[in-house]
Design a protein around this ligand. Structure first.
Ligand SMILES: [Zn+2]
Length: 254
């Protein structure tokens, strides 16, 4: 028995899993060397291809847009904070739920829920994702990733600043102005003159009405579309944005 345990200490990729199972079954009192290895060599050690476990559930990936430089990247699972890979700003990923009158300033790269009793009145909210069940009256709401409008959502069109839009099931939202977004997901009823730079998806139970100008759109089974549709291939994005120096140069010429 002692011999066998000694052998399992020489852990290579082949016996890693077996050793872990054995440890779980008859957890011996760890010797100092075992305690060290357990503390310093957790699951973070790179797995060799042979040790891949097929039934591993992949953790959820979140798209985060840096509130400092607007760079979009993905993180896996939920963390308290993360660094923007581009500008190195430390981004707070905390989620918040607002229930009353909000007059404060709140900045997060997490998710903010404005519940049905919430009123944004003079406050300033910057968030990655916002679920709006309540009212936006005055102030500023900057959504860097996705704004979700639910059944009770009240917000003046001119106060909507978001990259992606989601119309929740049960919601009936009407826009009068030309609405420009990247991705749009319609689970409820949405009437708009919609220009989407990304993907428009009408989900089962959803209905998109009005005008649609998009490069990609999908109507899933059970979704409705009653709209004038123009589908155009996406124009290539300009590769370079003018630097401040270029801008100055242009201004000098004038
Ligand atoms: Zn950044």
């Amino acid at each position: 028995m002692a011999d066998r345990r000694k052998k399992t200490k020489i852990v290579d990729s082949y016996v890693t899993l077996q050793a872990a199972q054995r440890r779980a079954q008859d957890r011996p009192v760890p010797t100092p060397s075992e305690a060290d290895s357990a503390a310093t060599r957790p699951d973070t050690s790179p797995r060799k291809p042979g040790t891949h476990i097929g039934r591993t559930v992949m953790p959820t990936k979140y798209e985060i847009v840096c509130y400092s430089c607007d760079f979009m990247f993905k993180i896996t699972g939920k963390a308290k904070n993360t660094y923007c890979p581009k500008c190195r700003t430390m981004l707070d990923l905390a989620d918040h739920t607002i229930t009353g009158v909000c007059t404060d300033e709140l900045v997060t790269a997490g998710r903010v829920t404005l519940s049905s009793s919430a009123v944004l009145d003079g406050g300033r909210i910057t968030a990655n994702d916002v679920k709006l069940e309540g009212t936006v009256k005055s102030g500023h709401l900057q959504v860097h990733h996705t704004l979700e409008l639910t059944e009770g959502a009240v917000i003046p069109e001119e106060m909507i600043h978001t990259r992606n839009l989601k119309i929740a099931a049960g919601a009936s939202i009407s826009f009068k102005r030309k609405a420009v977004f990247r991705d749009v997901d319609v689970f409820g009823e949405f009437r708009a003159n919609l220009w989407a730079e990304g993907l428009v998806t009408v989900h089962p139970g959803g209905h998109l009405k009005g005008k649609l100008h998009a490069s990609h759109f999908t109507v899933l089974e059970g979704g409705g579309l009653t709209a004038d549709v123009i589908v155009e291939p996406k124009k290539p994005q300009p590769q370079t944005t003018p630097s401040p120096a270029d801008k100055d140069a242009h201004e000098d010429k004038r």
